[in-house]
Design a protein around this ligand. Structure first.
Ligand SMILES: [Zn+2]
Length: 149
């Protein structure tokens, strides 16, 4: 059985890919309950010029069609924003593994209130990655989270 930390490694690798492409370092992946990787992706706002291309939506779309999501696990390097939290609710994804929620706290507590299993790893590598990015590219970060100048 794959651990939450091992699943996070896939999301973290995706985040680093995004950073290397000049984008926002947030990565995600969707697994089934047996630990099989269904899809992986990263935030591509900058690369694709698409503000709706978040890490979670990218991983979700790359996983393709599926009848039922209750037994799937979405792993993401950062607490999911409202948009991605909405995706989790919309499709009934059963569990979310969150790398960290210190640099940004989205909807993970709201998801927990609605019965989604939440694992918050508070991973130091994820915290360091976002802290560095926010310090270096504040304008890009504020654009991504919808904060006005
Ligand atoms: Zn999002």
């Amino acid at each position: 059985m794959i651990t939450a930390e091992e699943m996070l490694t896939t999301a973290y690798t995706e985040a680093q890919l995004g950073l290397a492409e000049g984008g926002i370092p947030i990565g995600a992946a969707l697994f089934d309950s047996a630990g099989n990787l269904l899809g992986r992706g990263h935030n591509r706002r900058v690369q694709a010029g698409d503000p709706s291309l978040h890490a979670e939506t990218d991983a979700f779309r790359n996983a393709g069609r599926r009848r039922d999501y209750r037994d799937t696990i979405m792993v993401t390097t950062l607490s999911p924003c409202w948009y991605c939290s909405g995706l989790v609710r919309q499709f009934g994804i059963g569990a979310v593994v969150v790398g960290e929620a210190r640099t940004f706290s989205g909807g993970h507590e709201w998801l927990a209130e609605h019965g989604v299993s939440i694992t918050l790893l508070d991973d130091q590598e994820c915290v360091d990655m976002m802290t560095k990015f926010i310090a270096e590219r504040p304008e890009l970060w504020n654009e991504d989270i919808g904060v006005a100048e």
